[in-house]
Design a protein around this ligand. Structure first.
Ligand SMILES: Cc1cc2nc3c(=O)[nH]c(=O)nc-3n(C[C@H](O)[C@H](O)[C@H](O)COP(=O)(O)OP(=O)(O)OC[C@H]3O[C@@H](n4cnc5c(N)ncnc54)[C@H](O)[C@@H]3O)c2cc1C
Length: 423
């Protein structure tokens, strides 16, 4: 009996030769590779850079925040308007599964005081090393310095390599090409026209978890750029049709404006409000979030004798340095000598943000391949056999481990999508 007549032998033969190509060796692509290799698929990972996982490694520089330990419902809410699309993937590979997976690579994790989850040594490199070792042992082949250029006239994948262009055919392809920030690490979004030319719907890429331009005076910039504003709150939305929000944390004064965790946490809404207006958007900063307004009014109004306003504010309220500098920068001189107005400014200092910083500086990007263009398995409707995963999909989330969790979960979902699609 020939193998063609025997369905069992035929299936086994087909399974042995199933071949998938992953383009993009960030966390999403590597996770898709892991799922496929574990099922016996021959996997080739292609990446334009000399090594994989460069953004993942950079994420480890400031302390690799893998995921978050907050209740699952709150966790899902971080994906905002894309919650419905992201949550089925997180149901399969959520924060707990991620921690168990990291543990399986021999890396212990811990929950920080903010609920964020980190590897015990805070680093990304040992994790990536262990992961790549496991992938190579599973048979995954890596092809570095291979830039994907699209498809050739025979519908083969076309790559630019140091040895010249090559064409590659595969039974299935996972695109995990990243978003549009930090292009020097590989995610330069040059994939975007390659997909739109093939009728794939793609939402424009925008900065997410980004800083904003302010237009400081030269005096303020020279003295305070690089300084942290700790223990402050930002109020947004008050006075508009939007409900007011208040968030406490810290941020940094930059030469151009503001950045840092508190700004990033609010950045999606601020960016969208700026896009809707020609004048930027105004936030209010509470410089003393633990002090009630009346107490601030009382303290500011106390007689200051011969003391300057700065030393009065320092002795009565503990305000000094960059906080006083910010008051001087933003409060009109006439208000500065009016205790009631000054107290109100201390509790709700208006700061106008003019524009988001360029996408290349952002931690991540919003926009990307629209979920409308994908089926439930992350396969492109316009290109059967081509799947997408990671930050190149049209979703965004704040920092806090939500980005990596969804990248890994979508890589896993795309891997399973390929398995379901292959014969
Ligand atoms: C400074 C910084 C700190 C961060 N910290 C955290 C954190 O602590 N926690 C967290 O959850 N997230 C963090 N992130 C975000 C997180 O790193 C990204 O969301 C994540 O790496 C995206 O994964 P990805 O696999 O989708 O894409 P990427 O990691 O961007 O990988 C995409 C890959 O595709 C390759 N590629 C692109 N185009 C081509 C092409 N045409 N041909 C071949 N290869 C191509 C690139 O070279 C790259 O290797 C941080 C990001 C930055 C910039």
């Amino acid at each position: 009996m020939t193998s063609l007549n025997n369905p069992e032998i035929q299936t086994a033969a087909t399974r042995a030769t199933r071949h998938a190509v992953i383009i993009g060796g960030g966390p999403a692509g590597l996770m898709a590779a892991e799922v496929l290799a574990a099922d016996g698929v021959q996997v080739d990972v292609y990446d334009a850079m000399p090594s994989v996982g460069r953004k993942f490694l950079l994420a480890g520089k400031g302390g690799m925040n893998l995921t978050h330990s907050e209740p699952y419902e709150a966790f899902l809410s971080r994906y905002g308007t894309r919650r419905a699309q992201i949550s089925p993937m997180l149901d399969q590979f959520g924060p707990d599964a991620l921690r168990a997976w990291v543990q399986g690579l021999g890396i212990a994790t811990f929950v920080g005081s903010s609920g964020r989850v980190f590897p015990t040594d805070m680093k990304a490199a040992p994790l990536l090393r262990a992961w790549l070792h496991r992938l190579r042992q599973a048979g995954v082949q890596f092809h570095m310095r291979h830039r994907w250029l699209g498809w050739d006239q025979h519908d083969a994948l076309s790559f630019e390599t140091p040895q010249g262009n090559i064409a590659v055919k595969a039974d299935a392809v996972v695109l995990a090409l990243g978003g549009g920030s930090w292009a020097r690490l590989g995610s330069d979004a040059r994939w975007l026209p390659l997909l739109t030319q093939r009728a794939v719907p793609v939402a424009p890429l925008r900065p997410s978890n980004c800083g904003f331009d302010v237009g400081w005076s030269e005096y303020f910039r020279d003295r305070f750029a690089g300084q942290h504003l700790k223990s402050v709150a930002i109020l947004t939305g008050a006075g508009d049709i939007e409900p007011p929000t208040r968030k406490q944390g810290e941020f940094i004064i930059t030469a151009d404006g503001v950045e840092g965790s508190l700004i990033y946490a609010l950045s999606a809404g601020l960016r969208d409000r700026i896009a809707d207006s020609s004048e930027g958007t105004t936030i209010r900063i509470d410089l003393l979030p633990d002090w009630p307004l009346q107490k601030v009014i009382d303290e500011v109004a106390r007689p200051r004798g011969a003391r300057s306003w700065s030393s009065h504010l320092q002795s009565r309220l503990g305000l000094k340095g960059v906080k006083t500098g910010l008051l001087r920068e933003l409060v009109p001189p006439a208000d500065f000598i009016d205790p009631l107005r000054l107290a109100h400014a201390i509790k709700a200092l208006p700061l106008t943000l003019l524009a988001p910083r360029p996408i290349d500086e952002a931690i991540s990007s919003a926009g990307g391949v629209a979920f409308d263009g994908l089926n439930g398995q992350l396969m492109l409707k316009a290109l059967p056999g081509v799947f997408c995963a990671g930050e190149m999909l049209d979703w965004e989330a704040p920092t806090g481990g939500y980005l990596l969790t969804a990248c890994l979960a979508s890589g896993r979902a795309a891997g399973h999508g390929v398995l379901n699609w292959l014969p």
